[in-house]
Design a protein around this ligand. Structure first.
Ligand code: HPA
Length: 282
């Protein structure tokens, strides 16, 4: 599957050789359209790619340059709650790595569990809890992709988190000076729930007790598949709402999209620095 997708995309990308891959989550996809000298390919034209049905997920691959770097960005993703197999869900991120991306940047919209977080915060993922009830590497292992029992001690690269923190400062994301932009909050543990309902307040208390700072319905299976293949991963959550029971109001997808819209310019500025200044692969 990966070979077929990579071969098909190579024809469309021409001389472009991307080394950084991005997956842009709910409401965050517009960043893909900012690449220079872009080529875009609808998922429907890429072998074995699923086409997202959720509002805010466009279903388009973009390749182009940001600064000196060639990137390939996925505008939108499918989610486990849509009923697809884990293998199908991680196929796009595997394809990015198959194209030559050794760095994968995963973004998502998430509920904030940590009381220090506010809606609109951008948070670096430090680790995750896979509570999807599924695993992307279940089944026969393809030794050509990675080992049967891959290490998950550092799914989200500490080296690249340090880099991203420096870039947040450069992009003006830290409090200080005259800007009103909130300080970059502390890194967070992301709990992936199967959804599609948002959590109950009791579930959020459970996740809090388990050490989660963020909750969402994506990303961790992609991160596991990327680590399996040896890529370095950065995870960025956009806190679109306070989690159930912490928020005084019921949760809605409209609220999630509106908060992602508000955070997007800051995410764009941050991603431009992270990508433009990315250190060589370890
Ligand atoms: N829970 C789960 N997924 C989410 C949330 C949430 O509160 N906000 C955005 N995605």
């Amino acid at each position: 599957m990966v070979r077929e997708a990579v071969e098909s995309l190579r024809l469309k990308l021409g001389a472009r050789r991307p080394t950084i891959g991005l997956v842009l989550g709910s409401g965050l996809g517009a960043y893909a359209e900012t690449v220079r000298d872009p080529v875009s390919v609808p998922y429907a034209e890429i072998p074995h790619f699923l086409v997202p049905a959720v509002a805010g997920h466009a279903g388009m691959l973009w390749c182009g340059t940001i600064g000196e770097q060639t990137v390939v960005a996925l505008q939108g993703r499918c989610h486990p709650y849509e009923g697809y197999s884990m293998a199908d869900l991680v196929h796009p991120v595997r394809t990015l790595i198959g194209l030559g991306c050794r760095t994968i940047i995963l973004t998502n919209a998430a509920g904030g569990i940590n009381p220090a977080y506010q809606a609109g915060d951008l948070v670096l993922m430090s680790d995750h809890l896979n509570l999807l009830g599924q695993h992307p590497l279940k089944g026969q292992n393809d030794d050509a992709l990675g080992p049967r029992f891959p290490d998950m001690t550092e799914v989200y690269s500490a080296r690249l988190r340090n880099h991203a923190r420096v870039c947040a400062e450069i992009a003006g994301l830290k409090r200080g000076g005259t800007d009103t932009i909130r300080q970059l909050p502390k890194d967070g543990v992301y709990a992936a729930m199967a959804g599609p309902s948002y959590e109950t307040p009791a579930e959020i208390r459970m996740l809090q007790a388990m050490g989660a700072d963020l909750v969402g319905m994506s990303t961790v299976h992609e991160a596991i598949a990327a680590r399996h293949m040896g890529a370095e991963v950065i995870g960025i959550s956009c806190v679109t709402n306070l989690a159930a029971g912490i928020s005084p109001t019921p949760l809605s997808h409209d609220e999630v999209k509106a908060a992602a819209d508000e955070a997007r310019p800051r995410l764009v500025a941050w991603l431009n620095e992270i990508i433009g200044r990315l250190p060589q692969a370890a």
